[in-house]
Design a binder for this molecule. Structure first.
Ligand SMILES: Nc1ncnc2c1ncn2[C@@H]1O[C@H](COP(=O)(O)OP(=O)(O)O)[C@@H](O)[C@H]1O
Ligand SMILES: [Mg+2]
Length: 363
């Protein structure tokens, strides 16, 4: 196990006169035993970061430390890391047992030690009954568990996992997610996990590193990322459905946009802002009952655009004078398209962002 540090690590490609910035200088300090998730959309630099840590990609500048060694000049095999990829990378002609044993075999582990080590790793991912099969006789989830067992058996200082669940169907993803979380609890190996899936990030991570456009947007616990987003990118990338963002004017502590008026932002300077409200913080009520008991709470009239039952909740998507606002309501709530409703929200359960910089404005 080991602490992992990235100090101002960057990557630029120059080919045919075109300069591509894959990664702007990035610094990250990962504690021994921590589960870190790099989260962001496709192309934001997650895999590049991971490959630089693994030694599969050279950084243009900066240092990578694993434990008390700067590993910049070390080959991937000497870095004591084990990678698990989206494409499982199993040897098709070997059985599950041989696949899992392979890293130990090439390391020259005595034969007598290999068998119990393989059995232990296989047990951790519930593969004991499949050891004599070839990969082609396994489901996607089982193949990915073989890849996990092959990583486990090496007892590396660091696990690197790049979208390991992306090839699996939704149900398997959820069950494999539990496997990985339980495994980390058991082994406590420092893990860097890459995904574009915010639910995976929120459920697995000790800390989430949200990335966009080749740089870090925010680092924090899942709670911090969700409850205290640093900018509109983080606010809208994490959370489903996405946070409502309403552009308007802030004047003397009052937010205004097309007749929507919310007071209670007294300490904030005037200017163009985006008001962010999570769908679960928007209340859907009957349009007629205007029951405003606090100056900080507003109720606006809206037309139902669509009403979608997701099973455990109902998403009521509304039009408020040309602005689309989504509310997450109880699963028993039901509206027809075109129904008149009232949407209630308050300054307390909202966020403010600078309309120009997109950065959070603290209330
Ligand atoms: N070998 C390469 N040459 C040029 N550009 C690359 C190379 N590898 C990756 N990139 C670019 O770097 C950026 C980050 O890629 P990547 O780290 O794979 O993103 P992610 O894993 O977040 O989807 C992308 O714009 C990608 O096109
Ligand atoms: Mg990638």
């Amino acid at each position: 196990m080991a602490r992992v540090q990235l100090n101002e690590v960057s990557r630029v490609w120059n080919s045919a006169g075109i300069r591509t910035v894959g990664l702007k200088p990035l610094s990250l300090d990962i504690a021994d035993g921590e589960f870190i998730v790099l989260l962001g959309p496709s192309g934001c630099g997650k895999t590049t970061t991971m490959r630089i840590v693994a030694g599969l990609e050279e950084s243009s500048a900066g240092e990578v430390w694993i434990g008390d060694r700067c590993v910049n000049s070390l080959e991937p095999k000497d870095r004591d890391v084990a990678m698990v990829f989206q494409s499982y990378g199993l040897y098709p002609n070997m059985t599950v047992r041989e696949n899992i044993a392979f890293p130990l075999k090439i390391r020259g582990t005595p034969r007598a030690d290999i068998e119990p080590a393989v059995a232990r790793a296989a047990a951790m991912v519930e593969l004991n009954d499949l050891l004599d099969r070839k990969p082609k006789a396994l489901s996607g989830g089982q193949r990915q568990r073989v890849a996990l067992a092959r990583a486990i058996v090496r007892k590396p200082a660091v696990f690197l996992m790049d979208e390991p669940l992306s090839n699996l169907d939704a149900k398997l993803r959820v069950s494999m997610r539990s496997h990985i979380k339980h495994l980390h609890h058991t082994l406590k190996t420092t893990t860097i996990y890459v995904t574009h899936d915010q639910i995976e990030a929120m459920t697995l991570a000790d800390r989430v590193v949200v990335m966009s456009k080749a740089e870090i947007q925010q680092i924090g616990t899942p709670q911090q990322i969700y409850n205290d987003p640093a900018n509109t990118f983080v606010a809208s990338f994490v959370g489903s459905p996405a946070m409502n963002l309403i552009e308007g004017e802030l004047l003397a502590g009052v937010f205004r946009c097309n007749g929507i008026e919310i007071a209670g932002f007294d300490a904030v300077r005037d200017g163009r802002v985006l008001l962010g409200v999570r769908p679960e913080d928007v209340a859907v009520q009957a349009a007629a009952t205007r029951d405003v008991d606090s100056q900080r709470y507003v109720l606006v009239n809206a037309d139902v655009f669509t009403c979608e039952l997701t099973g455990d909740a109902t998403l009521v998507v509304c039009d408020v004078r040309g602005q689309r606002i989504t509310a997450k309501a109880d699963k028993n709530v039901r509206y027809e398209i075109g129904d008149k409703v009232g949407l209630g929200f308050s300054a307390i359960h909202s966020f403010l962002f600078d309309a120009v910089t997109q950065d959070r404005i603290r209330k």
